[in-house]
Design a protein around this ligand. Structure first.
Ligand code: HEM
Length: 326
């Protein structure tokens, strides 16, 4: 753990501007992600999803590392969303390469923490411009993405994960990762870089699932019978780990602390649920959690806001048109 005030004082004044990759705007990202025909009123990425509600039951183990109120022993409710990657809200959910979980905690009327996690533990690339090129390659087809990976050796940790990943038969059986690192800050101003993962408590094989909405139906049926539980596990970086590079995995030997359990108790179709109106911006952070300098975090925040602006405006226009017809 480092003392952040000391680190800030001693930090060398480096001008990094010269080596920075070209900038990509939020509009460029969202234009590319939404594709040629946008699905009005829906998220421009992870468009297909389902709202969830539940609570985080903290065991108090992380309270010495972060003064965030939800790490004290106790219970904090959340509004969340399971989703699959892609811009089409009616796409077959089993075909999506990535599954996701987003959570929004309201610690008080003025403090929230919003989290959006994916199944891979790392990204394939480490900066927004190269991620933009990766999406272009995905859209161009299998040959282009193969060529992209061949030209980007930094994708090796992502490709190793992908080679062994077996999609399960339930949102409840996946592991969801922060990918980007954040700092835990305690009351003495000490900072600790961390990544985290929500780890499932059940294994559900993928056999016997079929249909366009298979995962959505499975989770809707499951939650009626049992709570959906994940261990919230934090991995602590040491000096050798670069917290600003989301493409590089940290060794398995790093210290891990389980902060408690995330328990989902109900699901609601997304258009009727509260998650629909939430922008799961990863830079909405409470006291006790801070962003690293990872440039992907800024790009995410800006792109989520642009996607939110577009879908909120369309939803409003839809409502106004509906009123006109009455
Ligand atoms: C530069 C990189 C990225 C860009 C440009 C990007 C872009 C977007 C956009 C535009 C949305 C729709 C937001 C909305 O309308 O509410 C979205 C949603 C989402 N993204 Fe990203 N993303 C990036 C990286 C990541 C990473 C690294 C993760 C995982 C850690 C992630 C996880 C998610 C999740 C889970 C959602 C759905 C959240 C929800 O349920 O509302 N994204 N992304």
């Amino acid at each position: 753990m480092k003392n952040r005030y000391l680190v800030l004082l001693l930090a060398p004044m480096v001008s990094a501007a010269a080596q920075e990759p070209p900038k990509v705007t939020a509009q460029q990202f969202v234009n590319l992600q939404q594709g040629e025909a946008a699905h009005e009123g829906f998220r421009r990425a992870h468009a297909k999803g389902i709202c969830v509600t539940g609570e985080f039951r903290s065991n108090g183990q992380l309270a010495t590392y972060s003064e965030a109120a939800l790490f004290e022993q106790g219970v904090t409710p959340f509004i969340g969303r399971f989703s699959v990657a892609g811009n089409n809200p009616t796409a077959p959910d089993l075909k999506a390469p990535v599954r996701s979980l987003a959570l929004s905690f309201a610690m008080s009327s003025t403090e929230q923490w919003r989290i959006a996690m994916n199944t891979p533990p790392v990204m394939a690339v480490k900066d927004p411009h190269t991620f933009y090129q990766q999406i272009q390659a995905i859209q161009a087809g299998p040959k282009a993405i193969q060529a992209f990976f061949a030209e980007h050796p930094e994708s090796s940790d992502f490709l190793s994960w992908k080679a062994q990943y077996q999609p399960t038969g339930s949102f409840a059986a996946e592991t969801y990762n922060s990918i980007n690192a954040f700092y835990l800050i305690n009351s003495e101003g000490n900072e600790q870089a961390v990544r985290w993962a929500m780890q499932p408590k059940v294994f559900v094989p993928a056999d016997n699932l079929e249909g366009v909405d298979a995962l959505h139906q499975e989770i809707t049926n499951r939650v009626v019978k049992e709570d959906i539980v994940f261990d919230w596990m934090f991995t602590l970086a040491n000096e050798e780990d670069d917290e600003n590079n989301p493409a590089k995995a940290w060794p398995d030997s790093r210290e891990q602390i389980t902060a408690g359990q995330v328990v989902i108790t109900a699901v609601t179709p997304q258009l009727q649920g509260e998650c629909h109106g939430i922008n799961y911006d990863p830079l909405v952070l409470p006291t006790g959690i801070e962003a690293t300098r990872d440039p992907i975090l800024r790009a995410r925040s800006a792109a989520y806001a642009e996607s939110y602006r577009r879908r909120a405006k369309e939803a409003l226009m839809g409502e106004l048109e509906g009123q006109g017809n009455e």
